[in-house]
Design a protein around this ligand. Structure first.
Ligand code: SF4
Length: 341
């Protein structure tokens, strides 16, 4: 991994004011994204992934009940605390986001072509009308939209949800950003379009050195795309590892549980599909100690009392009281045929 990071997030905390106090939604998250690197942030719904992505772009400041602290440095510049007008110059042209809800992300009263043109203009790419139209059509074609000239004249309500998502991706790429924060970018798409979009992101990384923070609960997408994996649970990053290591020896019981819950058609796995019992706790009902302990198959008494500190061994970081045993191979859940949980 290069020493120079494009994005460095340190001690990011997001809390929400409730009627009875404050609940931590993201707790001291720290990670980096290097130039040209694809980092996947994985975890179940409700683990804090989307909030982390939005906080990077400063999109949570408008909510009076939310409090964001910590440091987000992009390209050597601290973004935390910048006024909204300064952040607007960063959004779209330097960091772009693909949102989970494709329809809500588009302006319903502006034609598709104008929305893409606006994103191009943010990068200072104003050119003659016909040339811009040609570039928009090319971009729409690259994200798998057929008949782009027709689509450019349409409003979002005239096209399908899957196509809205592809237009959202085109808008994100139109500003030629250095970092793409992609929040479940392919969830609404069928598998063939999903493959096209993932190929496109991989190609842009190769061609332009695009860095990507890819937020997903789909471990298949993570396995296909990631250089590095961050596993988030109940607002904390509990494991970080190069993707090649993670998928062969994930060391946190939660990370391993996510891998084993994926249905596989390429191997003969008898019995029932593995599942992690229970659900991610709500922030205001976070269990004491390790937040995963009520669901963990290898918990110790200590786990309910003391929150584990992260342990780093090589490129892998694991926040678990049994991390040393897992990382040195003294304890392995990989050999077990029993479901994790
Ligand atoms: S700290 Fe304990 S409960 Fe938490 S993941 Fe590790 S073994 Fe399981």
């Amino acid at each position: 991994m290069p020493d120079e990071q494009l994005l460095s997030v340190r001690d990011l905390r997001i809390s929400y004011r409730t009627g009875t106090g404050e609940a931590d939604l993201v707790r001291a998250a720290s990670f980096d994204v290097a130039p040209g690197e694809i980092v996947c942030l994985v975890g179940e719904s409700g683990s804090g992934k989307t909030l982390t992505g939005r906080a990077i772009l400063g999109l949570l400041h408008h909510n009076d009940r939310m409090r964001v602290s910590g440091s987000v440095v992009f390209g050597g510049r601290e973004l935390t605390g910048l006024p909204d007008r300064s952040l607007r110059t960063v959004r779209g042209s330097q960091i772009a986001m693909i949102f989970q809800d494709p329809v809500a992300a588009l302006d319903p009263v502006v034609r598709v072509g104008e929305q893409v043109a606006e994103a191009m203009a943010r990068r200072g790419r104003r050119r003659g009308r016909s040339r811009v139209s040609g570039e928009i059509a090319d971009l729409l074609r690259r994200v798998g939209i057929t008949d782009p000239e027709l689509r450019m004249r349409q409003f979002p309500h005239e096209i399908s949800g899957g196509m809205c998502q592809r237009i959202g991706i085109a808008i994100a790429l139109a500003g030629d950003p250095g970092l793409l924060v992609a929040d479940e970018p392919t969830t609404a798409l069928d598998v063939t379009i999903q493959a096209q979009v993932l190929d496109l992101i991989a190609e842009l990384r190769r061609e332009r050195g695009l860095s990507v923070l890819l937020i997903t609960h789909d471990m298949g997408v993570a396995a296909r795309m990631a250089d590095r994996i961050l596993v988030m649970y109940a607002g904390s990053i509990v494991e970080e590892a190069p993707a090649a290591d993670f998928f062969v020896h994930a060391a946190h019981p939660y990370g391993l549980g996510l891998i084993r819950a994926v249905p596989r058609i390429d191997i003969d796995r008898p019995g029932r599909l593995s599942a992690i019992p229970g659900a991610v706790p709500e922030a205001r009902n976070r269990p004491p100690g390790c937040a995963f302990h009520p669901r963990c198959p290898v918990r110790l008494d200590l786990c309910a009392e003391e929150e584990p500190a992260p342990l780093r061994l090589g490129g892998q970081l694991v926040a678990c009281h049994r991390a040393a045993d897992m990382l040195t191979g003294r304890l392995s859940l990989w050999d077990s045929e029993a479901p994790v949980g």
